[in-house]
Design a protein around this ligand. Structure first.
Ligand code: SIN
Length: 303
């Protein structure tokens, strides 16, 4: 038996595989495809203080090896999550991680305060990297001082695990990671999507209503891998890797680059059982390689 459990800054999770926010709603859609408790954590959709309609359609389009989205954080707001959704999903996993987004620092703080009493909500993923909203989001994640400010304020009210989700749309992602580590982040997750666009040559118009969006999927994997490796070398807190992970081999590459755990996102749209297949594949790899404990692989890149 391979021990697949990992410790992300004091939070022990049974496998190193999580869903990526926004790719599985609140987990209920995945129930027919996998045993959700086998996931290390269920990371649910971006949640804001007030309900949001999201951006106008079209807001998703497929690109070569990628998916471009500009959803705009559509969600029913934190009170709806707290009162209606959480009671429906709390049995799904012992670690329900809520991705928290906002336009103002006070929004992040309020959302975290409201989530504080939810027992299974053992962590928040502070999203300072959404590229699809006019105010806030990525604006907090592209400056060390802004990233530090959000982290510092959330830290004051959120006593459980605080993961901060980083944007790849920066020159030196390791500096942003260090800035949030210095203000008390327990882990960092990276990368969110890359700013990108798609154009319809026939109409000569952008495909997305917002003109630009965020690119995910296999197209970004090698860049994400490099960023995970850069951040792993720069910080002491655990790194949660993501960006185009389609299978167990991809996941292992991220773990070797320094990720303690990984998130599977775009792959779930192709195969809703992707997460569980990644877990089984990591187990097979460990068996083949004589690895008793997946933790042995973290940062195990041989140079
Ligand atoms: C969105 O809702 O626009 C995507 C969320 C994100 O990229 O953080």
């Amino acid at each position: 038996m391979v021990d697949l459990s990992v410790d992300i800054g004091g939070l022990i999770i049974k496998t190193p595989v999580m869903t990526a926010s926004g790719t599985c709603g609140y987990g209920e859609e995945l129930v027919d495809f996998m045993n959700i408790p086998d996931l290390g954590a269920l990371v649910v959709k971006g949640t804001t203080l007030e309900p949001r309609q999201g951006n106008d359609y079209p807001r998703m389009t497929e690109t070569a090896s990628g998916l471009l989205n500009s959803i705009g954080l559509q969600n029913k707001g934190v009170h709806y999550f707290h009162d209606e959704l959480y009671p429906r999903i709390e049995h799904l996993n012992d670690h329900i991680i809520v991705n928290v987004s906002g336009s103002r620092i006070e929004d992040y703080v309020s959302v975290c305060e409201i989530l504080s009493d939810l027992t299974k909500c053992t962590a928040v993923e502070v999203n300072i990297s959404c590229p699809n909203i006019k105010e806030g989001g990525i604006a907090f994640g592209t400056s060390c001082s802004e990233a530090a400010k959000v982290t510092k304020e959330v830290r004051k009210v959120w006593k459980k695990h605080m993961m901060v989700k980083l944007s790849p749309n920066v020159t030196h992602i390791a500096e942003i990671a260090k800035a949030v580590e210095d203000e008390g982040a327990d882990s960092v997750s990276l990368v969110n999507t890359f700013l990108a666009m798609a154009i319809d040559a026939q109409s000569r118009k952008p495909i997305l209503s917002t003109i630009t969006g965020g690119l995910s999927g296999p197209a970004i994997k090698p860049i994400a891998l490099n960023m995970v490796w850069q951040v792993y070398q720069a910080v002491k807190i655990p790194v949660i890797g993501m960006g185009g992970i389609m299978n167990a081999k991809d996941a292992i590459e991220f773990i070797l680059a320094g990720a303690t755990a990984i998130q599977v996102g775009t792959a779930t749209f192709i195969d809703p059982a992707s997460c569980i297949k990644v877990i089984r594949g990591i187990e097979e790899y460990c068996n083949e390689q004589g690895v008793k404990n997946v933790r042995e692989l973290i940062g195990g890149l041989i140079i």
